[in-house]
Design a protein around this ligand. Sequence first.
Ligand code: SAM
Length: 331
Amino acid sequence: MARVTRADLHGQGRAGLARPGSARGAALRQFVQNCPGPSWETVISFARHPPRRRPCPSEDVMSNTASSAGDKAGKAHWNQVWSNRSLPKPVDPHARGFRQYVRQAFHREFVRAFEGMDTKGQRLLEIGCGRSAWLPYLAREFGFQVSGLDYTEIGCAQERDILASAGIPGEIVCADLFEPPERFVGAFDAVVSLGVVEHFEDTAGCLRACARYLRPGGRIVTEIPNMRGLVGWVAKVTDRPTYDVHVPLDREALVKAHRDAGLHVLRSDYILPLDVSLFGVGSIGSRWLRLPAVGAASAVAELVWALDARGLAPRPNAVTSPYIFCVAEKS
Ligand SMILES: C[S@@+](CC[C@H](N)C(=O)[O-])C[C@H]1O[C@@H](n2cnc3c(N)ncnc32)[C@H](O)[C@@H]1O
């Protein structure tokens, strides 16, 4: 039985879930496009390619380093996740349509995160930047001079292509975050990681490593999926491989990990009332179950977003919210 891929949902693939040109197909494609990147892509990819625990020989050194910090996914896994993927369009928070909902919520968090900071011309590093749609956005919206670091060659190559096609200059370095290139240590005014730190057993250790890239007074923005809430419960039942490469953290645990890493926490919040795209329905094996499940998820998402736009959805909370942000400063 053919399984759905992101390309299928974009009308380019083999499963034919969303017929190009059909209204329903357009809605589904839009629904997928508007998910904030790492999580949707990762959920589908985990389901389609469960983590390979045996690294190829050239990956031995890096994998050993990472596993000493408790890397639950591993480089070989991410290499596989990023292979044969189409590149995402850079995030444009001003694009019209209420389906921009998730990206706009992230945009609001970034605006709050960099409040009071003169970001123009300052240096920002995205750690775990593989195939990220956010680096061009961070350059355009805030005037940051952007760089990225990731330990997968393919993720780095894709990120270079994303920046080049957006016409944004930026250096992408292929390295393990625990082994910073000398010239990157203390060199950045801001560090961002989206969906990275929750993959390490030692969250504070990972954050301490991320903070090494910051100058004193620099700001760090961390986003993770709320695997302690609904997203995690659903993944635990329907998609155990995805659940197993995460350390489930709530907001309090994330804040504590930042403090344990010696950082001064400025704010931390749950984001959005619900995001059903994280439930991984696109990866359900049977087409007959998958089609109604994706349709239902799309309908629920649209309903929640419409309610939220009218102030009628639940406030972001520990149970149903899909994401957690934390903003901190290095003293
Ligand atoms: C969930 S993905 C996030 C991708 C990107 N930030 C985005 O928003 O689309 C996590 C990324 O972190 C990278 N990563 C994980 N552990 C790493 C490490 N020890 N050093 C460098 N990169 C790492 C992976 O290769 C992967 O590209």
